[in-house]
Design a protein around this ligand. Structure first.
Ligand code: INI
Length: 159
């Protein structure tokens, strides 16, 4: 790359960054694994436990509103959304999953705050288990890593 070109990138050092996590209780046995993965990733990358706030909501549908309140507080550098919607167990899967996903995206853009997307939308419980710390990795951990990178990127883009 031509060295006169200014390239701005994030990094994976979470020291000094503040995080807000919204985790839903529906399908709690899955979401708790996502939460464990997210918190462990933040701590591993240097975040202080005192700089992490967790808010619990009933289900995925409620995630965007809690994120919006957190974003409006301006207390965090990045947010993380954790939930699990399973098609097999949900007649209104498309509404719950669709509203949650688009709401999360809207909050990020309206409040200009990075939001790590850790909302599982899967067909079966087996697929959820795979993505919550077994063979498909842990999507909560992935969302936390993205939150760190985007928070640091946004800071650098302000400079
Ligand atoms: N919420 C979820 O997070 N996951 C689901 O799979 C789910 N199902 O199966 O319906 C679900 N429903 C609850 C919904 O998110 C709201 O909490 C509820 O409708 C009250 O507003």
């Amino acid at each position: 790359m031509d060295e006169r070109i200014r390239v701005v990138e994030g990094h994976y050092n979470a020291r000094g960054l503040r995080f807000g996590i919204v985790a839903s209780r529906f399908n709690e046995f899955i979401v708790e694994r996502l939460l464990d993965g997210a918190v462990a990733t933040l701590i591993k990358h240097g975040a202080e436990p005192g700089d992490i706030e967790v808010v619990r909501v009933p289900g995925a549908f409620e995630i965007p509103l809690a994120l919006k309140r957190m974003a409006a507080s301006r207390k965090h550098d990045a947010l993380i959304a954790l939930g699990c919607v399973i098609r097999g167990a949900t007649a209104h899967f498309d509404y719950v999953a669709g509203e949650a996903a688009s709401g999360i995206g809207r909050v990020a853009l309206e409040h200009e705050i990075p939001i790590g997307f850790g909302l599982l939308t899967v067909d079966t419980i087996e697929q959820a288990v795979e993505r919550a710390g077994t063979k498909g990795g842990n999507k909560g951990a992935d969302a936390a890593l993205t939150a760190i990178e985007m928070a640091s990127l946004c800071r650098r883009m302000e400079q």
